[in-house]
Design a protein around this ligand. Structure first.
Ligand SMILES: [Zn+2]
Length: 193
């Protein structure tokens, strides 16, 4: 009995340490990110990150946010948070912007050559695709600094274009960000299974 209990604890601990998710709300402080129609990207990414954290914790995962308030954090420092937690998964959250306001859709980036990153990106994109009626822009390899500096599995999710009026309205709505959080969480779970 005692042995069983010990084994269970050991497995539980081993699993938990392998499933630590570092959530990175893009931008913050002096860096607002994309600003359109009076909405700043940094505000939406923080809200989305908190929603995602809440869902993942309910499902039993460990989580760490690279920022939990409106403050500026250099990209290297964001990656460093994940690098300090071996086996963690890094998920950077962003909203997009473009000069051409007709451009819309969601896309997920991974670092070129990262097989695990590509798989995680595809799982998250697949879940978003199943629930969102906006344009599926697919998964893309991207030499993004925050991904480059992260040693473990890392992705960057662009959930919609704030420069597109229709997507801006959706992304600004709490109910829509809740859906985004739920689907991103589902994608992470699908990857870990
Ligand atoms: Zn951004």
């Amino acid at each position: 009995m005692a042995l069983c209990l010990f084994a269970f604890t050991w497995i539980a601990d081993g699993t938990a340490s392998a499933q630590h998710i570092v959530i990175d709300p893009g931008h913050g402080g002096k860096d607002p990110g994309s600003i359109s129609y009076g909405v700043a990207e940094k505000t939406l990414t923080l809200d989305l990150a908190k929603r995602l954290e809440k869902i993942l914790r309910t499902k039993g995962y460990k989580t760490t946010l690279t920022r939990n308030s409106d403050r500026f954090i250099p990209l290297e420092n964001r990656a460093a948070v994940a690098n300090r937690i071996p086996g963690s998964i890094f998920v950077s959250l962003h909203f997009n912007g473009h000069r051409d306001r007709s451009i819309s859709g969601f896309e997920t980036f991974y670092y070129p050559g990262s097989t695990k990153g590509r798989l995680l990106a595809s799982k998250v994109q697949q879940e978003l695709k199943g629930r969102l009626s906006s344009r599926d822009r697919g998964i893309k390899p991207g030499r993004l600094k925050v991904l480059e500096h992260t040693k473990g599995t890392a992705i960057l999710v662009e959930s919609g274009f704030l420069t597109n009026r229709w997507e801006n309205q959706r992304c600004s709505a709490a109910w829509f960000r809740q859906i985004l959080a739920e689907e991103i969480a589902q994608g992470i779970r699908a990857y870990l299974r």
